[in-house]
Design a binder for this molecule. Structure first.
Ligand code: BES
Ligand code: MN
Ligand code: MN
Length: 462
């Protein structure tokens, strides 16, 4: 299969510069100020697919941002792979913590990426990763070796909950018909230890509002005599977990699938160094639910975290005030078989039940999603695993991730298809953080591995 390596070697500079152009577009789906840029990015994705050799290119408008569809049907009798990715990115804030502009990509070498990495918002999540599929597809078209039909579905609302993709999938089941779904929007353990993500967490995300007095008050004249909503909110948040870091929302763990000892031993086989983990985050100790390892806490146990909390005076200097309101954004990451709808209901009921009479509370649900686990005995998994065996010289380890791609469970429900999560990012690539980057080694290795996936899948499907 030297032609794969050869094509990549000959074209790698162009592969990198094309990605850099895509990364210059600030396609921030969360911020309406960037509406034009998100639409422009959809056009750029469509053009790149056209240039690579795809057909039937469509920019499918939705109530929100468009979904880019394209395909190449070689022959109806051949298997079909559906590729999913997202061209939208997270907001780059806080801007002052970036060493270079988030939309002015630069290549820099790091200890972990001696061949260089591209620094830009979306470099790893997910522009750099879905673009590997565009380039692997180009490779197979240009070398006339595409062994199967390919369909692309690249959306622009993943980072804000994929609100319109569900309807699109439900209304286009025939168009999206395939034998397997392939997604690169996750990571590997390290460049020496390839892995395949076999689980994603579900998500219940909500905002709470606590109201005390009907206006901000002088904290001397009223302090100690009326409820301070920030103090109350902190007390209520503290009541979410016990001293063992178990979540104490009633029935929160109902339906949670407990893993067998054998399954837990499997998880423990994945290489993991607690001391390196702590060092990388500058922590003296880790924290979490007692009775579980760090890998288990992130991979198989549900969690609850405050993502943001605000209220009162946070400006320069001091202002003596008891605020009228306090807010927090809270996420719960869910595991099989928890339902985000049920968990949101349980949270709301509990939150209301622990609110003292001195305040009013409101819970506003945001987006959610169901958890996902993928089998490791499918043809698609084997095709991915063997592809990595070929390109890394090592068999990849299956790993359950703490991250969420809510649409993956919906694909299973609506299309009856499992997804293979063949991602190539590293935890240290700083997705959603300042200085996000993606290794050039990872990018090129991904293109190579995906090409092998197509070949393997068709071979095993026969
Ligand atoms: N690509 C990530 C999810 C991810 C990253 C999974 C790394 C596994 C490993 C995705 O873009 C993402 O950020 N998802 C959000 C949820 C979404 C509803 C905003 C998340 O996990 O917070
Ligand atoms: Mn992503
Ligand atoms: Mn993301």
């Amino acid at each position: 299969m030297d032609y794969i390596k050869n094509y990549i070697n000959k074209n790698k500079d162009r592969f990198v510069s094309e990605l850099i152009e895509l990364l210059k577009i600030p396609s921030i789906s969360a911020d309406p100020k960037y509406k034009k840029e998100v639409f422009f990015c959809a056009d750029a994705v469509a053009n790149s697919l056209k240039k690579a050799g795809a057909e039937n290119i469509e920019i499918c408008n939705t109530e929100g941002y468009p979904i880019v569809y394209a395909d190449k049907i070689v022959n109806d009798k051949l298997p079909t792979i559906l590729i999913y990715g997202h061209y939208d990115v997270q907001p780059p804030d806080p801007l002052e913590l970036w060493d270079s502009g988030p939309f002015e990509p630069v290549i820099k070498k790091t200890d972990i990426h001696p061949d260089g990495a591209i620094f830009a918002r979306g470099a790893c999540d997910d522009k750099g990763q879905f673009y590997m599929h565009v380039k692997a597809f180009e490779l197979m078209i240009k070398t006339k070796t595409l062994p199967c039909n390919i369909k692309f579905m690249i959306e622009g609302e993943e980072e804000v909950g994929s609100e319109n993709l569900g309807d699109f999938v439900r209304n286009n089941k025939e168009k999206l018909k395939a034998d397997a779904i392939l997604i690169s929007d996750t990571g590997i353990i390290s460049n020496d230890t390839p892995s395949i993500t076999t689980g994603l967490k579900g998500l219940s995300y909500l905002e709470v509002e606590v109201t005390g007095p009907n206006r901000d008050l002088h904290s001397g004249l009223y302090g100690g005599a009326v409820a301070n909503p920030i103090n109350i909110l902190c007390e209520m948040i503290a009541k979410m977990k016990d001293e063992k870091n178990h979540i104490i929302i009633p029935d929160f763990y109902e339906n949670v699938v407990e893993l067998s000892d054998i399954e837990r031993k499997e998880i423990a086989r994945a290489p993991f160094s607690l001391s390196k983990y702590k060092d990388a985050l500058d922590l003296s100790d880790v924290h979490g639910e007692s009775g579980y390892t760090t890998m288990e806490r992130t991979g198989i146990r549900p969690t609850l975290d405050v993502n943001g909390i605000w209220g009162g005076y946070t400006g320069e200097g001091a202002k003596t005030v008891i605020p009228s309101k306090a807010y927090a954004k809270i996420s719960m990451r869910l595991v099989p078989n928890q339902s985000d709808f049920e968990i949101t209901k349980k949270f709301t009921k509990y939150f209301n039940s622990i609110a003292p009479k001195s305040v009013k509370v409101e819970v506003r649900p945001h987006h959610g999603g169901e958890p996902y686990v993928s089998p490791i005995d499918s043809i698609a998994y084997k095709a991915a695993s063997d592809a990595m065996q070929t390109t890394y010289g090592k068999k990849p380890v299956p790993v359950r991730s703490g991250g969420s791609i809510p649409i993956v469970a919906l694909f299973e429900k609506e299309l009856g298809l499992k997804s293979v999560l063949l991602g190539f990012g590293l935890d240290s690539d700083a997705i959603h953080s300042p200085n996000e980057h993606y290794g050039i080694f990872n990018y090129l290795k991904g293109i190579e591995t995906i090409s092998h996936f197509f070949l393997n899948f068709v071979k095993y499907k026969k």
